[in-house]
Design a protein around this ligand. Structure first.
Ligand SMILES: Nc1nc2c(ncn2[C@@H]2O[C@H](COP(=O)(O)OP(=O)(O)OP(=O)(O)O)[C@@H](O)[C@H]2O)c(=O)[nH]1
Ligand SMILES: [Mg+2]
Length: 269
């Protein structure tokens, strides 16, 4: 077997929710760039016709398949896990379906997989993100690195990246042994994998220009952002629960303001 991995040894996993605006173009781009590549779309019951578009394409191209996920288990992390569990090639790459991860950069990841267990796509510039999201993303990256270092686990320059590739067998073993500890509804599956990665795993990175979403809308919301905290042990989970109560309900916001006002009064008394 040659050392340089080729597209026929690769499965690309695309988690989707309401991506009708992008999915057909994404599948067309990937299949023409990488003839012979397998593609698994893990769709979370989109109601905009995403799954139907994939099914029509899969009829003409047996390398493309779809997982129509259990509606009771919605989650980007859960979808990626299921995609990896269903992959049968030696390597896989996970990427978004909205073109923020450039299809041409899959090759850069694939080229490095021959000598590595995990290759992470590191976002070069996060300029397409709004300023507040750039800061939140920087904070989450620091938090995750500190957490991983404290557990003596490997960390990377972009622990939150949704663009990464790995050796399928190793990742299937991690899911089998530790998948029950993953934050299934979360967005940051790479962080979960890093928490359970063998300490001697061979890890490399590629850099890529993080693009703008091509069509459709983002599904990120404050609850999902808080789920990053949930991935940081008991303390993180406790803090996330408290913040969720204060930030995501009207009564919680009122109670939060009341507590802040009380603290201010006590400080100035
Ligand atoms: N299966 C599944 N896929 C999802 C879910 N939420 C988002 N996705 C997909 O995951 C990828 C990333 O989602 P986005 O909404 O683009 O999130 P993001 O890239 O972090 O946010 P933006 O920068 O605002 O686009 C896309 O391919 C989505 O279709 C989900 O609940 N289930
Ligand atoms: Mg996106």
């Amino acid at each position: 077997m040659s050392r340089q991995p080729t597209a026929d040894r690769l499965t690309i996993i695309l988690p989707t929710y309401m991506e009708k605006a992008n999915i057909a173009e994404m599948l067309g781009t990937l299949t023409s760039l990488y003839p012979g590549v397998r593609i698994i779309v893990a769709d979370d019951n989109s109601t905009d016709g995403t799954a139907e578009d994939v099914e029509a394409i899969a009829l003409a191209n047996p390398c493309v398949s779809i997982i129509r996920r259990n509606p009771g288990d919605r989650g980007l992390t859960a979808s990626v896990m299921e995609g990896i569990e269903n992959a049968s090639t030696e390597f896989f790459v996970v990427m978004d379906a909205d073109f923020q991860h450039p299809p041409a950069a899959v090759k850069k990841i694939l080229d490095k997989l021959g000598e590595n267990d995990l290759v992470v796509g590191v976002r070069y510039s996060k300029m397409p993100l709004k300023s507040i999201r750039r800061h939140a993303s920087g904070g989450a990256q620091t938090l995750a690195s500190i957490y991983l270092m404290s557990c003596r686990q490997p960390h990377t320059h972009d622990n939150m990246s949704g663009f990464f590739g790995g050796r399928t067998k190793l990742f299937q073993e991690i899911i089998q042994q530790s998948g029950h500890k993953f934050e299934r509804p979360g967005f940051k599956v790479l962080f979960d994998f890093l928490k359970f990665m063998p300490r001697n795993a061979r890890i490399d990175e590629i850099r890529f220009d993080f693009g703008e979403r091509k069509g459709g809308e983002s599904k990120l919301n404050s609850r999902i952002i808080l789920s990053v905290l949930r991935q940081c042990g008991i303390l993180g989970r406790g803090l996330a629960t408290i913040l969720e109560v204060f930030c995501t309900s009207h009564a919680g916001r009122v109670a939060g303001l009341f507590i802040l006002a009380l603290l201010a009064v006590l400080l100035f008394l």
